[in-house]
Design a protein around this ligand. Structure first.
Ligand code: FES
Ligand code: FES
Length: 158
């Protein structure tokens, strides 16, 4: 019996039809099948949060899911957030408040923040730190990230 399956996944508003191995991780599907390499892969076991994408609007760790589980679902990756010409307000804030250094953790943090800021438009610092507690950053010491989230909240509320 073949372990290949046809999946139809909507990613950033476009439907993709692909035949994939049952064992293919969603993170590898996005990066290698769709060339959406903005989704980063760090630990590959659910710890670092670098691979976070939105799955039907909710943040998930794409290294902990198989591509076949995304069949019939909507995924949003960092590529769907904004463009270099028109950044999303959260991206603008990270740019202006220096929320990224090497940038490896940044896509996962941005995708974690989208639903967080939509449901909590005026978070305090504790809430921000709690929201990003599942996203590890080896560069920033987190203060610039927290400052960026505060700026993002301001931008999104105006
Ligand atoms: S690569 Fe998925 S959580 Fe680290
Ligand atoms: S900016 Fe380098 S890991 Fe976070």
């Amino acid at each position: 019996m073949s372990d290949h399956h046809l999946v139809v996944v909507n990613v950033n508003g476009m439907d993709y039809h692909r035949t994939v191995e049952a064992r293919l991780l969603l993170s590898d599907f996005l990066r290698h099948e769709l060339n959406l390499t903005g989704t980063h892969v760090g630990c590959e076991h659910g710890v670092c949060g670098a691979c976070t994408v939105l799955f039907d609007g909710q943040p998930v760790r794409s290294c902990l899911m198989f591509a076949v589980q995304a069949d019939g679902h909507e995924i949003m990756t960092v590529e769907g957030l904004g463009t270099p010409e028109k950044l999303h307000p959260i991206q603008e804030a990270f740019w202006e408040a220096h929320g990224a250094q090497c940038g490896f953790c940044t896509p996962g943090i941005l995708m974690t923040l989208v639903p967080f800021l939509e449901s909590n438009p005026d978070p305090d610092e504790d809430e921000i730190r709690h929201a990003i507690s599942g996203n590890l950053c080896r560069c920033t010491g987190y203060q610039h990230i927290v400052d960026s989230v505060k700026l993002a909240a301001e931008k999104m509320s105006t």
